[in-house]
Design a protein around this ligand. Sequence first.
Ligand code: C2E
Ligand code: CA
Ligand code: CA
Length: 697
Amino acid sequence: MGKTDKKQALKLRKTHPILSIVCTVFVSLLAIVFMVFLGLVAYRYLIQSKTNTQTDKLKTMVRIYDQTDDKEGIIPTLAVISDSFYIKDKDGNIIYSAGDNTCDESQPSESSLFPEEGITFYDDKAMDLLDDDPAFGFTIDTGDLDSKTIGEIVNDREAVLKAPFWMSCKTVSGDTIYSKGNLEFSLHDTAIILAIALLAAIGVIVVIIVVIVRVVANIRDRRKMHKLLFLDSVSDDNNWMRYLITTEEIIHKRRNADNLYAVVNLVFVNYRNFVLCHSMEEGEIMLRKVYETVRANVGKKDVVAHSTSQNFPLFIKYRDKEELRMQLQGIISKLEKVDPDHRFSFHAGVAFIPAGRAEKRSLDIDSVYNHACAATMTLEDTDESGIVFFDDELLKKQLWIDKVHEKQAKAVENEEFIVYYQPKYNPRTNELCGAEALVRWQSPDFGFVFPGRFIPVFEKNGFITEIDHYMLDHVARDIRRWLDQGLDPVPVSVNISRAHFIENDLPEQIRDIVDRNNCPHGSIEIELTESAFFDDKNALISAISCLQEYGFAVSMDDFGSGYSSLNSLKDLPLNVLKLDAGFFRGSDDEEREHIVVAEAIKLAKNLNMKIVAEGVEEKETVDFLAGEGCDMIQGYYYAKPMPGSDYEMRIGKKATDLVELAPVEANEPETAKEETTVITDTETVPEEDTKDDQAGI
Ligand code: C2E
Ligand code: CA
Ligand code: CA
């Protein structure tokens, strides 16, 4: 997982849903306020348009009053304009009046929402009683009400709803005219107002519903997102992301500074097989059982997660490493029997988090877990359960793997890989009859490195295909050169790793590389390690047949070091069988060893195959193999792997009298040690000098 992913997940985890809820509610409230405001504006517009005619009447009355000197005489004229009015002098005494005086002067302007300049509004006394009797004060002028249906009344533009009010305006003379007015709404208007009010109410309700739905959806979305980000679908509990975040929170807490924690990579070894034999669903059920068993057997504050298929990262607080080992052993014992019908095995790789606040602060759980994985990887070749603690040795190994990875591409570019040739001899004639090309790395950074150190790394990281092509290319080039020099080179076998067999066009690739160098196909033999024979047999058979059609001999390397060699021999049309060096490393029962080797040679002969014995160091072994009819021997007895220049001398000498040749001192440790550091692989470091002289070469 990338660091940015983790940061974003952390951010998401910390942002509380309440914030987004508050935002949504706030925005919705704004929308409601806006709607109410719009309603009020519409209301004001309506009221103003209704009061305008009334205030105009009052203003006309004031104008007439001011223009007339005979104030009393004008009263009947004013009465034509307004039914009810009265006039007060400067001192507040009523000097003229007409109609009913029902003006409530106690609350000027308050009964009207939108006062107009120069005019003061008052409630009508009749309206004051509205609270007690809502119908009181309103008059409905509908004509012949009794003969109309409600629908007709509503649609009747003549029918009006009258709301009385009073208004006053000062005259120039200082007197004040009070006049009654009526806000007149036709029932049609009223229906429109009600409809607008209803629509506004519906709008508000809709907004409220939308807000609620949004808030609920928001909470649900967040839950889903949390589930996707932090929950594993199999265990329905912690996934890798949550594991990382939780464990980092734990180690960064001040109070946990002195605690000791272990990061464990627990691997369900048989999971893939189980899924193959059963089904994905059953596999998941089993993973869940494993998860629950682990969860039940660690502390409450320990963290358990399920990351990818068979991997369970654990984070365990411990006091003592041996105690921890026992705890893990106990868990694994339970897990082995997690299903009564099966016996499973589990690997646990353990890496440790040091005590101390500063140490913990600079720690990255990701890399500690990588160490735990590196520890489990050391158990990769066994199907038995096991626990491995990551230590300095493993750290060195891990660093080496990283360094090799970092340098490999440049090394090919700079031609740092060198072809060494190990000759093969006919044990009866002591004649050179072949060679195997073996890679060496002359690195400016690491010195002289043996393949045992880097080939396994390349096999894991996939770079092996690159190296094998490189070797084939260089061998074909060397053979071409030797031919051009008039030498008579013997066939050279080149190792081709099993990793190539995923490529369908492997035979064509090999042919093209050899052809590019104009090298005869008969001079190249392809060595396949026995492990390649476990893969897709049909693909292998067709690749072998194809290579043979192109004229390349194909050999099975390391025969006898694995399990199903005999079985493979049955189906595969091979040309050469290479007996593994293990046969000649000395056995407690030499007689039995001889029987097995003799039978293997017979078997190869019967199958029309040539036989090469590898790793032969003793004269007695050579004599025995010669007696049994072994075709070739490749071993220190005759020669160690040597640089191309030294091997070239051997081909040259092959043409002349073999017996008279002096032994060639061309062996790697000596050659290499003189120049640089030698990084060896203990199994393959030649310790003795060659027996060239003993062989009389
Ligand atoms: P291998 O293919 O089985 O090669 C034979 C190994 O046995 C060589 O080790 C050789 O030096 C060693 N050997 C031969 N005779 C004797 C003997 O009498 N005594 C002892 N103690 N050892 C002997 P080397 O060169 O270190 O190679 C180790 C392995 O690395 C090879 O085993 C092969 O699997 C791999 N390898 C080497 N070069 C290549 C390559 O170009 N491609 C691939 N894919 N693998 C390679
Ligand atoms: Ca080989
Ligand atoms: Ca071999």
